[in-house]
Design a protein. Sequence first.
Length: 208
Amino acid sequence: MEIRTVEISAENKMTAALRAADIKQGMPQVDACFIERDWKVACEYLERFTSPDGVCHLNFDTELDGNTLDYAKNVAVFMIMNAMMQNGTVHMLPMKTAMRVTPYVQSRIAALQINMAKYSRLNSFMLRALHLLKGIDQSDESVDDVFAEIFSDIPSVQSFAAAVTPDRAEQYLPVFEMLHEKAQACADPYYAKAAEEYLEVLGRENEA
């Protein structure tokens, strides 16, 4: 079901009517692929309150019950609040309702901070690996020594598998393809086999 509009009500009054496009534009500084991913997650929650005509009727009085364990709910409330701040309707929320929104926003921000730290480590590894690979032909070290340095602080396969599809396809997969190709020159077969494990996960998710 495609959600076209989300109508927010509190204390028996409709406080905002947001188009799906408005909600997705609530964080203009975030890449579109991440916005689409989060909107898809948010819709998993919002669809519970959506009629066949694509209008979601979300009652904050009944839904802001303090339970922040529902990930899709946290994402939905966070995106809605960002959109309401962007279009100036957030001041229409009653003070009690606005206070009850806070735990959901804080929960989502905490999750985003964890993700930022995770992606920072993945991207730092990518930059370091590329730097070492580009200089491998001019290095005084053996190919095995260079790969030992690359793999000395490599994030787990699961860390890369958890990355969103655009990152796997556009950033991580090409680097591991290069790693696998260069690893063929290593005397130790471990590095080529290890690179294959990353390629298998990244390639499988890219095909899905």
